[in-house]
Design a protein around this ligand. Structure first.
Ligand SMILES: NC(=O)c1ccc[n+]([C@@H]2O[C@H](COP(=O)([O-])OP(=O)(O)OC[C@H]3O[C@@H](n4cnc5c(N)ncnc54)[C@H](OP(=O)(O)O)[C@@H]3O)[C@@H](O)[C@H]2O)c1
Length: 299
């Protein structure tokens, strides 16, 4: 069988950039590797052709953009997530047979999580994929679940100031969170493209988690690595909920979705249950301590 040819959507984003660089490292295992770029934004990718990555200039919603690629990995961000049904239809019409929707987070099928605003467009996309797979027996899709990125969990997004050593997350100290370093999320994703499928399976969910721990343990690990004590106060998630509603009324989707994520993470929504698929891959993920040492340890 020919090696997979992969097109990345959202290659300039927080996940997209390291993902494309991971493909660069392993490019001999793939046919073509490309990023899809809007004509107005093509300059963002100027360095990629030198690294052997094609920059395909075209519309995300036209079949022609996908010609010659069998696999699409979509890593678009919050505001663009709702466009995925159109992207999926165009990709299938262009010949794509394997699609990765932008997920890279927690398990949405657990409890009532799927009803939360933060996940709404991901759920709509999953339903669309299910319908398209029913109509196209050759079409497959992979959902990558990673928990919260370790790097992003301890960051200003969660009101953790790594220089002033203050933490103001929403939630409680004993809430659990499953974390994986972004560097490992992209490694898992790239390797997963090469993972064989079982029989006529059309949907697969791959779960990765480096560690599951409490917020208290996460912050204690950060303190140990940085050699400082954090001034930590857990805030009431209802305060973030009010800000989410304010953003919704203003029509600021990015802020609405971010406040929704912020209110949720410290309440256990980032906790993923196993079984995990880590063992099916060629490497061991970094522990939380190793990630913090790499990112925030004394140089
Ligand atoms: N588990 C976690 O802790 C965690 C943390 C962060 C993100 N994530 C997940 O990772 C995924 C990617 O998020 P991200 O933070 O990398 O997003 P991001 O940094 O906001 O990147 C967004 C990407 O989408 C592209 N884009 C914007 N509008 C688009 C459109 N209309 N059509 C196609 N692409 C468009 C952007 O291109 P331009 O720059 O050209 O606009 C950019 O490349 C999401 O599913 C997110 O939920 C998970």
């Amino acid at each position: 069988m020919a090696p997979p040819s992969v097109l990345v959507i959202g290659g300039s984003g927080a996940v997209g950039r390291p993902l494309v660089q991971e493909f660069v490292k392993r490019k001999e295992k793939f046919g073509r590797i490309g990023v899809l770029a809007d004509a107005r934004k093509v300059s963002k990718f100027w360095e990629l052709p030198k690294q052997g990555i094609e920059v395909v200039v075209g519309s995300f919603l036209e079949a022609a953009s996908y010609k010659g690629f069998d696999t699409v990995i979509c890593v678009c961000g919050n505001a663009a997530m709702k466009l995925q049904p159109g992207i999926i239809d165009a990709a299938i019409a262009g010949g794509v047979r394997h699609f990765y929707p932008t997920e890279f987070g927690t398990d949405l099928s657990y409890g009532t999580r799927g009803k939360l605003r933060y996940f709404r467009d991901k759920i709509i996309t999953r339903e669309h994929l299910r319908e398209r797979a029913k109509e196209n027996p050759e079409f497959r899709y992979t959902i990558v679940l990673t928990g919260s990125f370790t790097d992003w969990t301890a960051s200003d997004f969660n009101q953790i100031d790594l220089k002033k050593h203050t933490a103001r997350p929403y939630g409680t100290a004993d809430a659990l969170v499953t974390v994986t370093a972004l560097a490992d999320v992209v490694k898992y994703t790239v390797e997963s493209v090469l993972l064989p499928w079982e029989g006529n399976q059309q949907r697969r969910e791959l779960r990765f988690g480096a560690e599951t721990l409490t917020w208290k343990a996460l912050l204690e690990t950060l303190e140990e690595v940085q050699g400082v004590k954090y001034d930590t106060v857990y805030l009431d998630p209802h305060e973030a909920e009010a800000k989410e509603e304010e953003a919704r009324v203003k029509g600021d989707v990015e802020a609405e979705v971010s406040w929704c994520a912020l209110k949720l993470l410290g309440t256990g929504v980032g906790h993923m249950r196993g079984p995990f698929d880590n063992e099916r891959f060629s490497f061991k993920p970094e522990t939380v301590k190793e990630t913090f040492q790499r990112l925030h340890g004394k140089k």
